[in-house]
Design a binder for this molecule. Structure first.
Ligand SMILES: [Fe+2]
Ligand SMILES: [Fe+2]
Length: 143
């Protein structure tokens, strides 16, 4: 059973982003609880699609945040998001086709993503100090 509980070392001290990470963890926890309880396919599907929606929205808001901070590794970070989404989409498609059960490998993937991505990759932009904006052009001096 994967662990999706919030803990202090996931905190980036950026309230909006921390809130989204908490939402993602809660969505993962909800999905795992449904699967473990042997819930019927429809609620499981709904919870899975909700997780995908939250994930896409979260990645988009992180990417906007990185752009606003002029984080130099934003493009690399966005590529990692694309890779995670591709894997998530693969599970979703397999689940829809009935070829992929949401079992241990799926929840292990989610747990690994949360643990390693937030603590490792997200922390990089959280700790990045934005470069100061270029100085405004000053008015020509009078002699
Ligand atoms: Fe994140
Ligand atoms: Fe991220």
């Amino acid at each position: 059973m994967a662990n999706f509980r919030w803990n202090k070392d996931l905190e980036l001290a950026i309230p909006a982003i921390d809130g989204e990470h908490r939402e993602l963890l809660a969505a993962m926890e909800r999905l795992q609880s449904l699967v473990q309880a042997g819930a019927p396919p429809m609620p499981v599907r709904t919870a899975l699609l909700q997780l995908v929606r939250l994930t896409r929205a979260h990645f988009a808001s992180e990417e906007a945040f990185m752009a606003a901070r002029r984080f130099p590794r934003a493009a690399e970070h966005a590529q990692i998001h694309q890779g995670l989404l591709a894997r998530l989409d693969g599970f979703v498609a397999g689940h829809a086709a009935g070829t992929q059960a949401l079992g241990v490998p799926f929840f292990a993937f989610l747990e690994f993503w949360i643990a390693s991505h937030i603590r490792g990759v997200d922390r990089l932009y959280a700790e990045h100090t934005p470069a100061p904006a270029p100085p405004a052009a000053s008015a020509p001096r009078r002699a």
